[in-house]
Design a protein. Structure first.
Length: 406
């Protein structure tokens, strides 16, 4: 069934006032699995339909296949592999994966574990003597940023510079021309250029030189498929730098917030550190770092839940809504680390399944285990905490926690 009765629900989800708890609105949205919006786009909110579409070859990730260009599309430059379709997607992802994971570098994540544990320990050491900490600024942000800078070969001391660019880019992803000032889009466009120029400069220094970082590897790769072009390497590095820390910051922060709201689970994790593996999977379902895939394009007319979506239409996939769908998950609004068959959508699915998912999982597992073990009687100062602007990459901008018995 197709209706136009739901745009107000979507607008309320996107509105900042709903950022702390969009889940009741997702339930409202799921009453109509596929809802046509006033601008001709389609919102898909139920698990089965989202999962099917993530595996559907009739859906495109290439902005050029939309009937109506997205704001700022002309200024995007060379796309990364998450924004192109097969066979180009497959080639670029394979070339990137040669340096990031199996089969060519199967021990990358496990080999990092000593460094991950040491970084986490050092950050928590700095909490000593502090009654209050900000889980975001003091821990959840510097940890994955340090890791991805090391992996990519980006100087850690440049973080203040690229943090501003990344923030502007994230804000621009959620740009709505009906409600947002054009300045948000303009700042995002400039930030995209500045970040690519910066990464391009780092890449120039890597050609023909030895090194074990990803930028150097991609710059000098003579594998069977040849090398990426410099523009493709910069686009890939741009993706890895942003996705390599933004999602993990949210996952760690959402995880600590959830544990503080469920002290019985926090205590279980303290008593049984092995619980962290299913617990992080449940976090990816219950409080995921990515809530929305803001667009896909229909290659041709497709039918979803008895709704015909015309060729070229924009399709918005509400991942976090799908992961709370009661038709697929038992008591979906309950946080349950013992949940079985937890086929969540926290990292997407299909050919665009999150490239860095294994690393983000392990970072979060180590981070939460050590926070729970070493913080002294942690408790929330403000609940709900203040949230970031983006409804797409959703998480607290600060999470102030008191520790000690006071």
């Amino acid at each position: 069934m197709t209706t136009t009765e739901m745009p107000d629900t979507l607008h309320r989800i996107l509105d900042y006032s709903s950022r702390s708890d969009p889940y009741p609105l997702y339930a409202e949205l799921r009453r109509t699995p596929v809802a046509r919006q006033e601008d001709g786009s389609y919102v898909v909110s139920t698990y089965r339909e989202i999962a099917d579409l993530l595996h559907d070859p009739h859906l495109s990730s290439d902005v050029r296949n939309l009937s109506h260009p997205m704001p700022g599309a002309a200024d995007r430059g060379t796309p990364s592999f998450i924004n192109v379709d097969p066979p180009e997607h497959d080639r670029l992802r394979r070339l990137a994966m040669r340096h990031f994971g199996p089969p060519h570098t199967p021990g990358l994540v496990t080999g990092l574990e000593p460094d991950l544990t040491a970084t986490v320990g050092s950050l928590i050491d700095d909490f000593a003597g502090k009654e209050r900490i900000d889980v975001v600024d003091d821990f959840a942000y510097p940890f994955p940023v340090t890791v991805i800078c090391h992996l990519l070969g980006v100087p850690r001391e440049d973080e203040p510079k690229f943090r501003l660019w990344v923030n502007d880019l994230i804000d621009a992803i959620a740009y709505d021309p009906r409600t947002d000032p054009k300045e948000i889009l303009e700042k995002g466009t400039q930030a995209r250029k500045d970040l690519r120029d910066y990464l391009g400069g780092l890449l120039e220094q890597r050609h023909g030189k030895p090194g074990d970082d990803l930028l150097t590897g991609m710059a000098n790769d003579d594998g069977p498929e040849g090398r990426m072009t410099d523009e493709e390497i910069v686009a890939t590095a741009n993706l890895l730098l942003i996705a390599g820390h933004e999602t993990t910051v949210n996952l760690i922060t959402n995880g600590m917030l959830t544990l503080l709201r469920h002290p019985e689970v926090l205590q279980r994790l303290r008593d049984d550190p092995d619980l962290v593996v299913p617990l992080v999977e449940e976090l990816l379902r219950y409080e995921p770092p990515v809530h929305i895939i803001p667009w896909r394009a229909a290659y041709s007319d497709i039918t979803v839940a008895d709704t015909v979506i015309p060729k070229g239409s924009q399709i918005m996939l509400m991942l976090a809504s799908g992961s709370r769908d009661p038709s697929h998950f038992h008591k979906p609004d309950r946080f349950d680390p013992d949940r079985q068959d937890n086929e969540h959508l926290g990292f997407g699915s299909g050919i665009h399944l999150c490239f860095g998912g294994p690393l983000a999982r392990r970072e979060t597992q180590i981070a939460l285990t050590e926070l729970v073990r070493r913080l002294d009687h942690p408790r929330l100062v403000t609940d709900p905490p203040p949230y970031r602007r983006s409804p797409i990459l959703r998480g607290p901008i600060h999470l102030t926690v008191e520790q000690g018995t006071g």
